[in-house]
Design a protein around this ligand. Sequence first.
Ligand code: HEM
Length: 123
Amino acid sequence: MWKKIFVSLLVLTLSAVGIFGCSQTEPVKITNEQTEPAGTTNQQGTIELSLEELSMYNGENGNPAYVAVDGVIYDVSKSTKWQVGKHCRFTAGKDLTDAIKNESPHGITLLSRLPAIGKIVEK
Ligand code: HEM
């Protein structure tokens, strides 16, 4: 008798864990937001990214390549000097303020060749 009750309770508990334990309580919502790249576009049409979001824009896997200097985001995707987001020993997707000012031979002057597309924000 007790054995039967115990076994029934065990079966019920295991079934409940199996059904509800790992299942999602809400269905996954597929929205446009999830397929859009990270970042927000403000009213001026420029992009606002945190440094963490910027790191996705490294030019790899077909992603655009952006770099930040003094809080401004530049698009290096079309630059022949930045193919696949790489330039000398540097990689896109980062704040390269210090590097361009202190390590590059050209300094910030060449930035004017690039489209400035937004700014870095804290989120
Ligand atoms: C050791 C460091 C670096 C070296 C030796 C270097 C070297 C060069 C050279 C030789 C060019 C071509 C110049 C020309 O076309 O007249 C160039 C272009 C450029 N570099 Fe650097 N660079 C360095 C670091 C950086 C960094 C850290 C940045 C950060 C943003 C940067 C951004 C650029 C840009 C925007 C251009 C112009 C790209 C274009 O015309 O499309 N460079 N660099």
